[in-house]
Design a protein around this ligand. Structure first.
Ligand code: PEP
Length: 249
């Protein structure tokens, strides 16, 4: 039985005072932890604050990106080892906003995944198709290409300590959610693809759904056989909503 996992992606939102209020509410609401794992992925400058407030609680923290390089002359970049210094457990890699707005190709995402693993972090690997790709009927080809690039770079052993998030681009921040069955179909496809390399690992792999998850739709999505929780954007900024989504898991 896989444990459910709910991770918040704050994106470029927050501020010291607002984060403190949000995290205080989450700490009170989550208490000693529930049936699901829970984490927040915060902007880099707030990692120290997350570490200070969340240390010793049931809420883990992580970053939203990491460099593909371990160190060096890469102005503006942040390495996996630096994230580990701040107690990060997770780093999101390959979020569709990184792919579309910052030109991250499958190979870059794969290199970041490897760097995160090498740095002792658990990457949350995002995969997802655009609306145009879905309408063209190439969702599985797109997901397969994104996934295979990482498999090739990291090897199947690279997935031993990783999380996958299926995030249809057309559902992110749009209020339009994939139906539970649409999401389940892609989750089963991803699990099957991993199972071709390692069936036991595929059974253990947490595969999250992301894309306009709200308290109103979380339980139905999380009730599907291959959906192991969610990667939550907008709703992770509202304590009551994020807590309700965690409870649904
Ligand atoms: C995300 O940014 O990963 C995401 C799923 O956003 P939202 O929940 O706002 O659609």
């Amino acid at each position: 039985m896989r444990r459910k996992f709910v991770a918040g992606n704050w994106k470029m939102h927050g501020g010291l005072a607002r984060n403190r209020d949000l995290l205080d509410s989450l700490i009170k609401g989550i208490g000693g932890g529930g049936k699901a794992d829970c984490a927040v992925c915060v902007p880099f400058p707030y990692l120290a604050q997350a570490q200070e407030l969340l240390k010793g609680t049931a809420i883990a923290w992580g970053a939203q990106n990491c460099s593909e390089h371990p160190q060096g002359a890469y102005t503006g970049e942040v390495s996996a080892a630096m994230l580990a210094d701040f107690g990060c457990r997770y780093a999101i890699v390959g979020h569709s906003e990184r792919r579309s707005l910052y030109g991250e190709r499958n190979e870059t995402v794969a290199a970041k995944f490897v760097a995160a693993v090498d740095g002792g972090l658990t990457p949350i690997l995002c995969l997802g198709e655009t609306l145009e790709q879905r309408e063209q009927g190439v969702t599985e080809q797109v997901i397969a290409a994104q996934f295979d690039a990482v498999l090739q770079a990291a090897g199947v052993h690279g997935f031993a300590n990783a999380v996958i998030a299926y995030e249809p681009v057309w559902a992110i921040g749009t209020g339009r959610t994939a139906s539970p069955q649409q999401a389940q179909d892609v989750h089963a496809f991803i699990r099957g693809r991993l199972a071709s390399s390692d069936a036991a690992l595929a059974q253990r792999m947490q595969i999250l759904y992301g894309g306009s998850v709200k308290p109103q739709n979380a339980a139905e999505l999380f009730g599907m056989a291959d959906i192991d929780g969610g990667l939550i954007g907008g709703a992770s900024l509202v304590a009551q909503d994020f807590l309700a989504i965690c409870s649904a898991a």
